[in-house]
Design a protein around this ligand. Structure first.
Ligand code: FE2
Length: 290
């Protein structure tokens, strides 16, 4: 079972928590943020949808293919704020079938640097303490996403490793996944393969010489051991931290409830960050938790 604990503000991450993270590649910190903080972030996310969705060119984000990779809007969102629609939000004629606030798959990918409410949520001594405890000595925030996982149409995310998209040498990316609403099986909670981070990186999403982005295979792929899959049902306010090599996924949201989550990805500033990664600093250095 994935280790669950509450952060001790005076002590930081306990030795048990650190050992469990090393073993499993994932850890749950319950009640890490308050319900009020979750509600404030949610309200701000909806404002950003109202602000940005009208300029989004009907861009469908699907983890099952990489069509969006060629989209200039997606590229600009690397160091900006973009809104991306759910695939199931449109009918065959391309008309929205649901209200706008129910049609968005996610916001990304630099709210942590550009929006004051997200900036404040994404920083502080408690997050710094977690990063320190996990061995991220010089944590640098590279990416933020607000994921709506809409009721009824929130699509599945196939099993993947986040280091595929944020590659460093050595591997250093850590995912910080905040449950902005309760997450359970029926609304598409996160599932992870504890220990799966010890079997290397399978694919890398890299900019090619012609400027396009492509997934490249790195290993003759032994399938992930899905018998080890554990569903990480968590309460609103919980934080799931996981190694960038942890295989993880989520199912479609077939329920009538949304499943909002906020994710941050940090790399170690001491690791090599190649210029073939899709997110580049573009003159504004990646910032830390402080
Ligand atoms: Fe992921």
């Amino acid at each position: 079972m994935v280790y669950r604990t509450v952060l001790d503000d005076a002590q930081g991450l306990s030795a048990d928590a650190r050992a469990a993270y090393a073993r499993d590649g994932v850890l749950v910190l319950e009640d890490f943020v308050s319900v009020a903080q979750c509600q404030a972030l949610q309200a701000r996310a909806l404002e950003l949808v109202a602000e940005h969705a009208s300029r989004a060119p009907g861009t469908v984000f699907s983890a099952r293919d990489q069509r969006h990779a060629k989209d200039a809007y997606f590229a600009a969102s690397a160091r900006g704020i973009g809104a991306f629609f759910e695939e199931g939000a449109f009918d065959a004629q391309g008309q929205l079938q649901v209200p706008l606030e129910r049609a968005i798959n996610k916001l990304g990918h630099a709210m942590h640097d550009l929006d004051p409410v997200f900036q404040a949520f994404s920083r502080g001594p408690r997050l710094q303490a977690v990063a320190d405890g996990l061995g991220l000595a010089d944590a640098r925030l590279v990416q933020s996403m607000y994921i709506f996982k809409q009721p009824g149409i929130g699509g599945e995310v196939n099993c993947h490793q986040d280091a595929t998209y944020l590659y460093t040498e050595p591997q250093s990316v850590v995912g910080f996944w905040f449950a902005i609403e309760d997450a359970h099986r029926s609304n598409g909670c996160l599932g992870g393969v504890p220990g799966g981070h010890r079997h290397g990186l399978k694919e890398v999403f890299r900019r090619q010489a012609d400027g396009t982005l492509r997934l490249e295979q790195l290993q003759a792929s032994a399938p992930w051991d899905m018998e080890q899959l554990e569903w990480l049902e968590v309460r609103q306010g919980s934080l799931i931290v996981f190694n960038g090599l942890l295989p993880h996924l989520s199912e479609p949201n077939r329920s009538a409830q949304s499943r909002h989550a906020y994710t941050l990805h940090a790399v170690d500033g001491r690791a090599h960050y190649p210029d073939s990664n899709w997110i580049q600093p573009h003159g504004a250095p990646f910032t830390g938790f402080a």
